[in-house]
Design a protein around this ligand. Structure first.
Ligand code: AN0
Ligand code: CP
Length: 322
C-alpha cells in the first residue's frame, strides 16, 4: 500500500474488517514488522486522537514514531509554488518534504483544508506534494478533503455494534459556530457508500457534499424523516462545500439549532447508537443527554482509531520492500 487516502486503497472491506478484528485481539503480534522502521507524523494542525492513536499503532508494530508539529516546533513552511518568500514562512515544503522523508520509511500528514480556494483544497495540493517529493508511502491523517483513518475506525465500530445484517446509517449535519472542513463527512460518505449498509445523508439545502464522495447516496433534507428507523446516527458539522454555489465555499451559511441532535430526533430511530469523530461541541452538535446516554459510541469509536491506524501501517510495512 503506497497511499492511504480513499476507500479503494484498503481493497476488500470485509477482508480489512477481519484484519482489524485480528489486530484488535492481538495488537502486538506483528511487532517484528516495524523493527528498525520509522514513521514521521507531520501535523500542520491540532490533534488529540490522531496523534496519539497513530503513535500507539506504530509502537504496537515495533516501529519508531517521530512527531513534528509544523510552525510550533519546526520552521513555518511555505506551501505555495513560485512565491517570493518575503513573509513569515522560513522554509519551502519542496525542501522540507524530502528532508523529512530522508529520516523515515512512512509519512503521515495532517493538513486541513484552508477553506479559501476550493480548487486548491479539492486537488489535495499539499498531500500530493508529500507524495511527489517524499517518495515514501503517505497516510492522510486528515488532509484537505479526506480523513480515511477516521472513516475506517467508524466502519470498524459500526461492524462491532450492528444488531442486524444491513444497518441503517445516517450522516447528519449539525450546527457549529466555526467553519469546519468537509474531510470527515466526505470520507464517511465514501466509506459508507462502499460498505454493506443502508446509508442516508441529511443536511440543510445548499450543504450538498461533493458527488465524488457521496457516489449516489440517498439525501433526505428532512432530518426527522432521515432519522426514522436508523440504527446509527453519525453527527458532524461541515462548512459549505460550494457544490451548489461555489461562492459559498467554506462559509457557515446555516447555524440552525433545530439540527442539534437531541432526544426529539433520537426518539424516531431504532434506538440508534450515536457516533461523532470528536472533538465535539456539546449542546451545539449533540445534547448532553444523547452523548451521555449508554447508546453513545464516541469513546469506543475513538479507541478504534488505534486499530484502523495499525491495519494501515501494518499493510504499508508489509509492502515496503515489494
Ligand atoms: C476538525 C474537522 O472538523 O475537520 C477535525 C475533526 C477530526 N474539527 C475541528 O476543527 C473542531
Ligand atoms: N477525530 C480526530 O481526528 O480527532 P483529532 O483531531 O483530535 O485527531
Amino acid at each position: 500500500m503506497k497511499t492511504f487516502f480513499h476507500v479503494e486503497d484498503i481493497g476488500d472491506l470485509n477482508a480489512a474488517l477481519k484484519e482489524a478484528e485480528e489486530v484488535k485481539k492481538n495488537r502486538f503480534a506483528w511487532k517484528h514488522l516495524g523493527q528498525d522502521k520509522t514513521i514521521m507524523l507531520v501535523f500542520f494542525n491540532n490533534s488529540l486522537r490522531t496523534r496519539l492513536s497513530s503513535q500507539k499503532a506504530a509502537l504496537n508494530l515495533g516501529m519508531h514514531p517521530i512527531v513534528l508539529n509544523i510552525g510550533a516546533e519546526s520552521w513555518k513552511l511555505e506551501t505555495e509554488m513560485g512565491v517570493v518568500m518575503d513573509g513569515d514562512k522560513s522554509e519551502h515544503i519542496k525542501e522540507a518534504i524530502p528532508v523529512m522523508a530522508s529520516y523515515c520509511d512512512i509519512i503521515g500528514v495532517r493538513s486541513f483544508a484552508h477553506l479559501e480556494d476550493r480548487e486548491f483544497d479539492y486537488a489535495e495540493t499539499i498531500l500530493e506534494q508529500f507524495v511527489k517529493y517524499s517518495g515514501k508511502p503517505v497516510i492522510s491523517l486528515e488532509s484537505a478533503t479526506v480523513h480515511p483513518c477516521q472513516a475506517f475506525a467508524d466502519l470498524i465500530t459500526i461492524n462491532e455494534y450492528k444488531r442486524n445484517k444491513r444497518p441503517k446509517v445516517v450522516l447528519s449535519w449539525a450546527p457549529h459556530p466555526k467553519a469546519l472542513p468537509q474531510a470527515v463527512p466526505n470520507s464517511f460518505a465514501e466509506w459508507m457508500s462502499a460498505a454493506d449498509v443502508d446509508f442516508v445523508i441529511t443536511h440543510p439545502k445548499g450543504y450538498e457534499l461533493d458527488p465524488k464522495f457521496t457516489r449516489g447516496s440517498r439525501i433526505e433534507y428532512d432530518q426527522m424523516k432521515a432519522f426514522e428507523g436508523a440504527d446509527f446516527i453519525y453527527a458532524k458539522n461541515w462548512s459549505n462545500p460550494g457544490v451548489t454555489n461555489p461562492e459559498d465555499y467554506g462559509k457557515v451559511v446555516c447555524k440552525d439549532m433545530d439540527w442539534t441532535v437531541g432526544a426529539r430526533q433520537m426518539a424516531v430511530t431504532n434506538n440508534a447508537f450515536f457516533m461523532h469523530c470528536l472533538p465535539v461541541r456539546r449542546n451545539m452538535i449533540v445534547t448532553d443527554e444523547v452523548i451521555d446516554a449508554p447508546t453513545s459510541l464516541v469513546i469506543p469509536e475513538a479507541a478504534n482509531r488505534e486499530i484502523s491506524a495499525q491495519v494501515v501501517m501494518k499493510r504499508m510495512l508489509e509492502s515496503l520492500d515489494k
